[in-house]
Structures are given as structure tokens and as C-alpha cells.
Write a protein that binds this ligand. Sequence first.
Ligand SMILES: [Zn+2]
Length: 566
Amino acid sequence: MKHKKISLVLVMAFLLIFQVKAIDPKTVKPVKNIILMVSDGTSLSNLSLARWLQYYQDPSKPKLFLDPYLCGTVRTNCSDGPIGDSAPTTSCYVTGHASRAGYVSSYPPDQGEANIDPIDGTKAYGPMATLLEAAKQVYGKSTGFVVTCEFPHATPADVSAHYYNRGAYNFISEQQVHNQLDVVIGGGNNYLSRDQEAYLKEHGYTVLRNDLAGMRSCKNNKMWALYNTASMDYEIDRDPAKEPELAEGVKLALEKLSKNSKGFFLLVEGSKVDWATHANDPATVGPEVLAFDRAVGAAIDFAKKDGNTVVIALADHCTGGMSIGKYGLSNYSKRTKAELFQPILNFKMSIDALGKRLNAEPYEKLREVFKECEGVDLTDEEVELIVNSKGYKSSPIPVELRKGQEDKPLYSPSFSGLLAKILNNHCCLGWASGGHTGDDVFLACYHPKGQIPVGMNTNVEIAHYMQALFGMYGKMDAFSDRIFTHHDVAFKGYDFKVIEPEEKNGFYKLVVNNPSNGKTMTIQAHSNIAQMSGSDNRKLELPSVMPYVDRTKKFYVPSDIAKYLK
Ligand SMILES: [Zn+2]
């Protein structure tokens, strides 16, 4: 009888756990801080691989830092298709609306039958306010991001800029600089112009370029620290004397952001899991995921001590369709962990680094270098493919005499693609794609009072949960309309003119005149600056940036901006 009672209790508990509905944002109590952590292009099988590699190397570590906090999955998609792209997917998490491939926190056009959620076509291409912008402008919280890609890349752009083309780095970086985030750590020295650097310095920032020691000793809570010309190196290739690992960047950012008694919003991105999975690079995926996971560990340590911080770790979409096991892997269920994972641990560098190294060494050292770098004894067929690859600079065969080898299973038209196929030929991993895939992604969450989303959540539900954590649920669209009003509406009754830039990809300007008092305002697109002239010469620095979108021919400005012309 006692056993029956116990089993009934267990069944009830089971039902309670598994019938629980998605969290209702109306019941979520606000917290002070949010740390949003995106592992770009990362599938559950990528987590599994990282976990196995860690455990195989150190049996005292069977679990990832994020494992105890795994609580569900997320369906993540574009506005008009199930397979997500980085720009619209993290945009959705931070704005509440899915969007189209390439769109950085910008509203999608109405695609009719293809729409996944309802779309208001009148808003197409316009900016959508982000939770980072709300945190800063509505609550006075500090903001920042720590990433490993170049800083204007899609995910960091999603929290801090708006444009329908993720490749428009000049517009995106201008908005990121003028959005005045407190802490930026990432790659991309080439994308911060001298003017932008000067603007940051004038506004009290310390700007550090390839200066790890400087970053570690920086006492300023307003800091940009950039590494490399574009993205930071893959974890497997990273020189610890030159670049910080993601977890260190997170710890430094948290020290600075937590000085603000009003709280903060921090985005962290393990940016290059996606790059490794796009490349089908078996050497690089595990170390990238483990670096992200150590950053999650650092964030959760902080949150537990702080008691008023939520950590949300998830992916934006999956990439590559990696599997542990593949076609042709016989006796798969009898393969030991050593057989499955030691070959992967023998790989000592990314395919990118391997390609550079092979091209820098003479052909005579090809086999030796391959063995040294990746622990692989090349087969004769693999050597044949390498010397005939057009991208192999040290080949003894002149380029015009190299033979296509399309009939061979390892053939790839690119040198890096060929190297990926060769490495995968020597390990157990399979791949379904070189692009993104439409599977649901993992969700891990820590909340000091346990108010976490569980089960399968849509990307919009995750956005609503985070909005609720900052008291913004149901208020984001109104906030967005307030800071991003069409210029012809905001300046109704004034004389205004949109001035085209002289050079291609230059910045548009908006000049507005009040004929009754002669006051004039000039706004440079994507900045937060309104320069007054006439009887008033102030340089106004507004709380939000003012994007210009060529498709709508509109500037997006604060709804009350005309008050400065009165
Ligand atoms: Zn992505």
C-alpha cells in the first residue's frame, strides 16, 4: 500500500513536470540583470560532442557547466521560413519579432502565405527596438556585449543596431558606437574607424586595440577592447598571450557592468561554433563549444552570488547537421570512446590554420606537416587530391595542369572544403550540410527564484520571457514606436530635406528647419547626434540612434524630437 502511495505521488509529480505549460510572462517578476548567451549555430549534437571530449580527457568532468540548467528547447526561425539566419533569430530574442534572413533588428516585409507569425507590412524594413536599448533608455541600466566574431557581425549587431542588410558594417558599426554601450569586447579592429574611436574617447571610453594587458588592468567601466582585424581566433588556435578566452571577457564585463546599481543587460556570444560547423571542421567544434560553456559557468557563478541575475543560454539556429556516427562507420555501437574521440583530439588546429600552414610549407613537407598538425597519416589518394586542389599554393603541379577529381568521394572544389573532408575521413563525425539546419535548439536558464521557461518555447516566447524579466512585456512595440518614428511624422509642419551622401555607402543627412524662428537641425544617419544651428548651436546627443533606411526613404527618430526646434 505504501509503495502504491509513493508511486502515485511519483506519477503526479511526473505529470506536473511534463504537463507544465510554457511560462506566462505576466507571472514573471522583474530582475535587475540579464545575461543572454548565444552559442551561434550550435546543435544538441555539438553539445554532446563537447561533453564527450571533455569527459574522455578528464573523467572527473562528465558534465558541462550548462547541463544542470538545460530546461527545454527553442523553435527558432526566420519570419518567412523555418531555417533561421543569425541576424533575424537573435533579433527575435531581443525584439519579440522574427524577421527575414539578413535583417538586423529590422521589421520584415509581409510575405503572405510564407509568414510564420502575423506581419504588419506597413512597418517593413524599419528598426525594431531591442531589449538592450530598453534596458538603457527606460531603466538606466548598463549594457554590453562580449563576442568572438568582429563586433558588427550579426548577433552583436542584433542587440545594438538596425538595418535590413547584415553586411552593411559601416552603418551597423556607426549605430553600435553611438548607442553608447558600456562594454564591448570582441574582434574587428578593421571595422572601428578613427572617427568612431575618437567619438568613443571623447565620451570617456578607454579604447584598446590588441591590448590584452591593457584590458586586464583597465579600471574604466566604459571600455571597448578589440582583437584581430576581423574575428578573434578559434579557441583551438588562440594564442593566450594575445587574445582572452570568452570566459575571461565575460568576467571582466560583469565586473564593470555590475557597478551600476540599476542593473545591466549583457549579450555573450560563442560566435564561431557556427563558423566551425559551416566549415564542417571536426577539430574546432568541440573546443568552441567548451569555451562557450566555460563562459556560461562564469556567468552562472556571478548570477548565483548576485541573487538578482538571470542567465539564458541558447543557440540561434543549428548549422552543419553534425552527427556522432556517420555512413560507413561499421560496428558503431561497439566503438569505444577512445576509438570515437581520440582521433578528434589528435587534431591540433582548425582547418583555416592548417590551410595557411600547408600553403606556407614546401610540398616535400606535406605529409610531415599534416601529421604534426592533425595527427593524420595522409593516404595516397588524399595527397593526390591535395596536389590537384587549386587552393594549394605549394603544389608541385602548375595550376593549369591540375586535374579535377570530381569523381572521388573526398573531392571538394575548395581547398578548405577538401581539408575538412580529409579530417572527417579520419574521424567518426558525419555532416548533413554546409549551411544552417532547421532543428530546434537547446535552452538553458538560471533564475534566482526558479522562474524559468521549460519545454518547447518559440523564439517569440523567449523574447516575451526576457521582456517580462525587465518589466517590458507588452511595452516593447510602444517603446519602439516612440524611439523610431518616421521623420516626416515627427517633423510634421517643419521644412525638412533628406540629403544624399556624396560617396557610395556614405551617410545620409536630414536637415530640418523651423521657418518661424530660423532654428535648424542636422541629423547624420545612424548616429545619435542632432547638430543645431541658427539661434541655437547646441550639439544634441539623443538617447537613441537614428537609422536611415533607403528602402523606405525614412529616417527613424524619437517621436518628440521636434521639441528642440521650438
Ligand atoms: Zn547564427
